[in-house]
Design a protein around this ligand. Structure first.
Ligand code: NAI
Ligand code: OAA
Length: 356
């Protein structure tokens, strides 16, 4: 028996006799530390998902474990992460997975992370607006961002928890208070609006959605979601009726899913897909890839509002450049005014929550 077969035999014997303790499972390794060679030393980025046991968190964990840019994946939630970690950690992809459960383990979950993705918080039920989630989710996001400010102040942060139009300003205020705010590193995830827009436009035009690129600006709720159909690539023309239909469908895409799920939550699978698409863009930017451009809700001077979603170029420092809105038609200019009015209140509400 050669030495590597002997090593495998020894490990198999140990594994058969060891019943892993919960702390060993949290290390993403079912052997004791001395016997486990998976130390997470491979090159790549360290990513944490906060809210990893949820409807979005679980498929997001699965997809991030498949991302070759990720070397270490930390899964944090207030419940159920040991099981999800054990499950995902068996995938034969590169990232080492570690689970953390409950507030006492938040700091360990965050320490050393390059990218933190936050889908923690309650989802909508039929009849609710995203703003109806504010009372619960504002406190959750504030608490998690306090942890980030303390343990990984230089991490890039992707906020998914709704209402995004308020939770991003909450995060910014927490970081300002802690003296760690870097506007380039804080991004509200509006990617699902773009994913939907590409899909719905492709349906109407009879195109492959992978070939369609629709800029969606503003924010992430109702009329604040503003697709710029005059700037769709490949360049195309719509009838007035098509513009009304597509715009309404994009603005109400979240509600369409909430109603179809009939009380069982909101978009989770398409959101996990969108979150991974966006996180991958952030990681490619951090790696130094050129020309990575996506829409996101960020600290912005594109309008008079302090936060606004538009196309941004992602780089080694996070948001390297914020694109202007470009020429808008009359329909879009009217939409922009409506969007700004609602956004302004949502941003102020978030800021006031932390300053109060
Ligand atoms: N930005 C976007 O485009 C979208 C945002 N969302 C939002 O994402 C959020 C999560 O949605 P789902 O995953 O469907 O909800 P969910 O209820 O299935 O999962 C939320 C998870 O957060 C966890 N959680 C609660 N408090 C926490 C805390 N203090 N620390 C860590 N984890 C905590 C829960 O235990 C649960 O596992 C909701 O606010 C929803 O509105 C949903 C879809 C799209
Ligand atoms: O609609 C919701 O509550 C969830 C969400 O943000 C979306 O699906 O766009």
């Amino acid at each position: 028996m050669d030495s590597s077969s002997e090593a495998h035999r020894r490990i198999a014997t140990i594994a058969a006799h060891l019943r892993p303790s919960s702390s060993q499972m949290e290390n993403g390794c079912s052997l004791s530390g001395a016997n486990c060679r998976a130390k997470g030393g491979a090159p790549g980025f360290k990513v944490a998902i906060l809210g990893a046991a949820g409807g979005i968190g679980q498929p997001l964990a699965l997809l991030m474990k498949m991302n070759p840019l990720v070397s270490v994946l930390h899964l944090y939630d207030i419940v159920n992460t040991p099981g999800i970690t054990a499950d995902v950690s068996h995938m034969d992809t590169g990232a080492v997975v570690r689970g953390f459960v409950g507030q006492p383990q938040l700091e360990d979950a965050l320490t050393g992370m390059d990218l933190v993705i936050i889908p923690a918080g309650v989802p909508r039920k039929p009849g609710m607006t995203r703003d109806d989630l504010f009372n619960i989710n504002a406190g959750i996001v504030k608490n998690l961002c306090e942890g980030i400010a303390k343990c990984c102040p230089k991490a890039t942060v992707n906020i998914i928890s709704n209402p995004v139009n308020s939770t991003v300003p909450i995060a910014a205020e927490v970081f300002k208070r802690a003296g760690t705010y870097d506007p380039k590193r804080l991004l509200g995830v509006t990617m699902l609006d773009v994913v939907r827009a590409n899909t719905f436009v492709a349906e109407v035009l009879g195109l492959d959605p992978r070939e369609v690129d629709v800029p969606v600006v503003g924010g992430h709720a109702g009329v604040t979601i503003l697709p710029l159909l005059s700037q769709v690539k490949p360049s195309c023309n719509f009838t007035k009726e098509e513009i009304e239909y597509i715009t309404n469908r994009i603005q109400n895409g979240g509600t369409e899913v909430v109603e179809a799920k009939a009380g069982a939550g909101s978009a989770t699978l398409s959101m996990a897909y969108a979150a991974v698409k966006f996180a991958d863009a952030c990681l490619r930017g951090l790696r130094g890839d050129a020309g990575v451009v996506e829409c996101a809700f960020v600290d912005s001077q594109v309008t008079e509002l302090p936060f606004f979603a538009s196309k941004v170029r992602l780089g080694r420092n996070g948001v390297e450049e914020i694109h202007q809105l470009g020429p808008l038609n009359e329909y879009e200019r009217a939409g922009l005014e409506k969007a700004k009015k609602e956004l302004s209140g949502s941003i102020e509400k978030g800021v006031a929550f932390v300053r109060k």
